[in-house]
Design a protein around this ligand. Structure first.
Ligand SMILES: [Zn+2]
Ligand SMILES: [Zn+2]
Length: 108
């Protein structure tokens, strides 16, 4: 029996297979999104958490043109990253909105 109470929420409903324009996917995108889909379908929330990070990190690093602009609706994480000058994590934060429901994407 596994304890799920303290795990991060699953990214459901997953916006699959969409990746919103202008993102053009590559093989790595597809592989990592496939991994994410598989762990979500099997309700492996710890793995899904890591899989989300890997997708976001890849897109931020390899598809910089696809990174959305900072949120302008009072997003406290955008404000935090801007204040601390952490552009890597900030980019990953914004990229998450490309493949996750907004409520999940904005958690980190
Ligand atoms: Zn890619
Ligand atoms: Zn934000």
């Amino acid at each position: 029996m596994t304890q799920t109470a303290n795990r991060p929420p699953l990214p459901q409903p997953l916006h699959w297979p969409i990746l919103r324009p202008p993102l053009t996917t590559c093989d790595t995108c597809r592989d990592r999104l496939d991994d994410l889909m598989i762990v979500v379908m099997h309700d492996e929330s710890d793995s899904a958490f890591l899989a989300q990070i890997l997708v976001a990190r890849h897109i931020a690093a390899k598809h910089p043109d696809a990174v959305p602009l900072p949120h302008t609706d009072g997003c406290h994480l955008c404000a935090h990253y801007e204040r601390h000058g952490d552009s890597g994590l900030w980019n990953e934060h914004r990229v998450r909105g490309l493949f996750l429901p907004e409520a999940t994407a904005r958690l980190m």
